[in-house]
Ligand binder design. Sequence first.
Ligand code: PEP
Ligand code: MN
Length: 338
Amino acid sequence: MIIVIKEDQLNKIDEIKDRFEDKHEVFVHNNRIAVQGITRDDLLFEEVNAAEQIIEDVPKSVQGSRLFHPEDTIIRTAHSVIGGDNFTMMAGPCSVEGADHIKLMAKVAKAGGATVLRGGAYKPRTSPYSFQGLGLDGLKFLRNAADEFGMDVITEVMDDEHVDLVGQYTDIFQIGARNMQNFSLLKAVGKTKIPVMLKRGMSATIDDILNASEYIAAGGNHNIMIAERGIRTFDNKYTRNTLDVGAVPVLQKLTHYTVIIDPSHAAGHTEFVTPEALAGVAAGACGLIVEIHNDPAHAFSDGPQALKPDQYLEMAQKALAVRKVVTTPVNVKSEVKL
Ligand code: PEP
Ligand code: MN
């Protein structure tokens, strides 16, 4: 249950907290107090009187809910402001392939307006025999490249034992689709203050990802982004996954966390990446994370979906144009007489 306290009764927040926190989870945000597992009948008369509103139908993922936290979460890193009215471009190769290569990719990414450089050093591959990433060397190459070009780093952390190490090199943790419900990993990143981009599992419902994100928030880390990267439906003959564009406004209604679109893993083929990116921006996403490569045929991973530099630059310009349309208010002067 969430109790919205009247502005002149804010002292009641501590009283309610003290009364329930021994036996219930209690969270406070401004004049809102969420108490898990109680009903209106558990409140005292004066507590009900102090309430501007009592919301009884509350999701389990309460800290991520707009009912508890109506304002957008804004994440500030060294080079980016993510969420709200801002638009964030993140780009880079699927995998970090070497020191010089990632620098080249950083230069391209930055030219398209990216403030965040992506690249996997630890790769979650479907086969154990596929390239698994450069590991620690990859983290170092990525960090150096980002620093040289004045960018932030986003890179995947695959298990809880690596959180400390990856955290020394990255500005944003990526949790991959395959790990969306790796609860020990979610708890481990939840104990840090480093922003987290949680990718939707390929078979995860919207509530599944919201509940997964709550594990991070429950640990005290509220710097969360949610990435839609395509889900499994009945047809993957022409695209790798199905981009759930409709999830963008739904998530934005339900949660205050920033929603990012990953068109690369959804499309799976270069030619479909730009249209899917633009659809995601048109649906209201606050950012994109895209895979780029100068020589996709020889990429260490995910070459078939990489945008070449020129394709990326064109996509980035179009994405900004679409974003402008989405965020510019229009005055509708209706000629229609009703
Ligand atoms: C990736 O970003 O390269 C990746 C493996 O993404 P996902 O977890 O969405 O498949
Ligand atoms: Mn990839």
